[in-house]
Design a protein. Sequence first.
Length: 227
Amino acid sequence: MGKDKLKRFAEVEKFKNVIQPNLNNFLNDHELKGKWSTKFNNSNPIILELGCGRGEYTVGLARKFPKINFIGIDIKGSRLWRGAKTCVEENINNVFFLRTKVDFIEQFFNTNEVNEIWLTFSDPQPKKPRKRLTSPLFIERYKELLKKDGVIHLKTDSDLLYEYTLEEIERNNYSIINHLNDVHGQLNDKSDPELYEILNIETYYESIWLKEGKKIKYVSFTAIHKG
Ligand SMILES: C[S@@+](CC[C@H](N)C(=O)[O-])C[C@H]1O[C@@H](n2cnc3c(N)ncnc32)[C@H](O)[C@@H]1O
């Protein structure tokens, strides 16, 4: 393992804004389940970013919306380190990072504890549809944590994941709020300022795909059946 990675692992252990659960205890509910408002010291809404990597989206939204609490979740500690360090440096207090697999998410949040979920440039898992973060398996998990009208946002470069998610939404008769198949071509601060505000944050992976000329897609929906 590289020296930098080791240094980050050591540093991340000390950050008060990073929660690294004991991996031997992964079958039990975490002590913070149902208690995140105590951890944040307020009862503001909670938004999760799943597979947050370096946490650019979590940090970007947290800067814009200081009255909302954000939790960035990823399994890779050395990536979380970047977001956590930025929050320490900028004194951003409405963010925690949680190092775990999204697969165990129900052990960390109670029913109705979460207001929204962001999925940013998630792995499209071409050969393993069940592992896609918008597969029925995962959406059912999210439904357990989300408030009734809780929104799920997907921002992706992947046509496969975008089309798959739209098909899942249609198959389940879920309600779409917005969808764009070319975020940067279709949206600007005049056309829809509110949507622009939440979509003009660029992550590490987004910057890579943009350089390759890929179009960025976005869909938001509630997992409530229409009509
Ligand atoms: C392609 S990267 C995107 C990272 C970041 N959202 C961005 O846009 O730069 C996907 C991230 O999801 C994380 N990831 C994938 N599957 C996961 C899972 N089941 N649980 C936790 N993290 C996961 C990976 O560790 C990786 O950091």
